[in-house]
Write a protein that binds this ligand. Structure first.
Ligand code: NDP
Length: 514
């Protein structure tokens, strides 16, 4: 057996007992592991710094601080959803025919989690915690750029959870491919190109998959925005994690009326942010994670400059350390430039000047991506109206992508950003399948069971009339009585038929054609 298959086989053997201990016990154990992660945060901060070069404050605030809070949030979301519950089946089935139906959410079995490198710890929270709380075993495949962070996360769970319930598969894309072959459900977070391959294979295997892919988020700055706060918010969401964030603002549409003032504010801020090693607390923007991503950023900026963009700040790595790229502000950008059309995933913000908000919405939607967007305005009603027309998974007014850290809010996208839903009760679909239980307490056979006869035909026809023209049946007592009498006779007819052991000569007609 190949190593990944063996991991999944072991996880599959451990899963039933994990499911069997029940939600409360699972929640207690996952919470204990998350608390241990939080207590050990110094170690993960060191690993994140070593493996990704990320800024210490960013690593602390958006990753190391998160596990316990995330688990607590997910317990609140999952507890009511995973409880067995009664379904509101139609009244006649309930009251006249003695049925009830219940819904249970059953874990899929072994969930595979394939993750990127941009949040070496945080990327695991959204898929792994709910997968475990739902009763699944999990096999995690971290990015080959950040394997030790993945191992640290899994080890903390392994110390507390039963053996083999959670495991890690280390390696490159081939390991991810192999995992896709064996698990019962898969959550993939990463690029569009890989996401497509993974989704295709999961489709062939008919296993549920959630793909959360890239983004090229737009921000729209309206004429009435609080420009100082907006400049701070847009700068933060463009440069946070050196722009290596699927929910980073990559294009900002600024209406002409305030464009000069707003762009001047951005320019001044971008120029004063300090670039340097992530361990240095007196630095704002840390280096990129890897050379391949840095090359994409440089290519996008070069393409924009060639097509007429104006570099207001940054745009050159000269004098900077390894993998460092400066905060870069490009003005006069337009669609057709790679910085506007594609995902740059670096500390680069493209300014697109527009006539008005209507043009901004139209252009924001002209994208192959649809993850987040934001609208910056003092007028909430107008902002809400614009938000309704934007084609993305999450729109924020006067903020951006903040909901990603809130287990109660669905995190999802449209178009090339993928169809996956992370967080919220809606995300449980990939971790659980619905299982319905029907309980029949009636002593009578159902009236539509064999044998067929004219009574059943009448019941069917009268039901059509009852549904279409109820008064026509109810206001004609003769017809109503005939309907009810047929309904009462049917169970007796069926009982007589099945109680007949064949010794009585049958007096049924051969044909009950109407
Ligand atoms: P990739 O798609 O290159 O890799 C993602 C993961 O898939 C890695 O673990 C990778 O392994 C693995 N992998 C590679 N090839 C295969 C394969 N054929 N089958 C299965 N798994 C495979 O993405 P990046 O790591 O470069 O991450 C950056 C991307 O992630 C960006 O586009 C970003 O927008 C997106 N992202 C989306 C988020 C969202 O919530 N929507 C959140 C965070 C990032 P290895 O690294 O070892 O090659």
């Amino acid at each position: 057996m190949r190593p990944v298959e063996e991991l999944v086989t072991r996880a599959r053997a451990a899963q039933p007992a994990w499911q069997g201990i029940g939600f409360a016990a699972r929640a207690r154990l996952v919470k204990r592991a998350a608390a241990a992660m939080l207590a050990d945060h110094e170690a993960i901060l060191r690993l994140i710094r070593e493996e990704s070069g990320k800024h210490a404050i960013e690593a602390l605030m958006s990753e190391a601080l998160g596990p316990l809070d995330f688990v607590n949030g997910w317990i609140k979301v999952a507890r009511p959803e995973l409880r067995r519950r009664r379904l509101a089946i139609p009244l006649p089935f309930r009251l006249l025919m003695g049925k009830r139906a219940e819904l249970e959410r059953v874990p899929r079995g072994v969930v595979g989690v394939i993750s990127p490198w941009n949040y070496p710890l945080g990327v695991f929270f959204k898929p792994v915690f709910p997968a475990l709380l739902s009763g699944n075993a999990v096999v995690v495949k971290p990015s080959e750029h950040t394997p030790r962070c993945g191992a640290w996360f899994v080890e903390h769970l392994q110390r507390v959870l039963p053996v083999d319930v959670v495991q890690v598969a280390q390696g490159d894309g081939a390991v991810g491919r192999e995992l896709t072959e064996h698990v019962d459900a898969l959550v993939f977070t990463g690029s569009v190109a890989t996401g497509r391959k993974v989704a295709k294979r999961c489709g062939e295997r008919l296993i549920p998959v959630s793909v959360e892919l890239g983004g090229n988020d737009a921000a729209i700055v309206c004429a009435d925005a609080d420009l100082v706060r907006t400049a701070a918010g847009v700068t933060n969401w463009a440069l946070h994690n050196s722009g290596q964030n699927c929910g980073a603002i990559e294009r900002v549409y600024v209406v002409d009326a305030i464009a000069d003032r707003f762009v001047a504010m951005l320019r001044s801020a971008f120029a004063r942010l300090r670039v340097g090693p992530g361990a240095d607390l007196d630095v704002d923007v840390s280096p990129m994670n890897n050379a391949a991503q840095l090359a994409i950023v440089e290519a996008h900026v070069a393409d924009a400059v060639e097509k007429g963009a104006e570099v207001l700040v940054g745009g050159s790595r000269e004098g900077l350390g390894e993998l460092a790229y400066p905060p870069t502000l490009l003005d006069r950008c337009r669609h057709g430039m790679r910085v506007v059309d594609e995902e740059t995933f670096g500390p680069v913000l493209a300014v697109v000047r527009v006539r008005d908000e209507q043009e901004a919405v139209r252009l924001a939607n002209e994208s192959r991506y649809g993850l987040n967007a934001s609208i910056w305005t003092r007028d909430v009603a107008r902002g809400r109206a614009l938000a309704e027309r934007i084609d993305v998974g999450t729109v924020s007014l006067n903020n951006h992508a903040l909901t990603g850290a809130m287990p109660v809010c669905p995190w999802s996208g449209t178009k090339d950003s993928g169809s996956g839903v992370a967080n919220s009760a809606l995300a449980l679909q990939v971790f659980t399948r619905p299982k319905t239980l029907l309980i029949d307490t009636s002593s009578k056979p159902d009236p539509f069971w064999f044998p067929f006869d004219r009574d059943l035909w009448r019941i069917g026809k009268d039901t059509v009339d009852l549904l279409l023209r109820p008064l026509a049946v109810v206001l004609r007592p003769g017809r109503l009585l005939r309907f009810l009498a047929a309904g009462l006779r049917r169970p007796k007819t069926i009982r007589r038929f099945f109680a007949d052991d064949g010794r009585q000569p049958s007096n049924r007609r051969r044909s009950a054609r109407p």
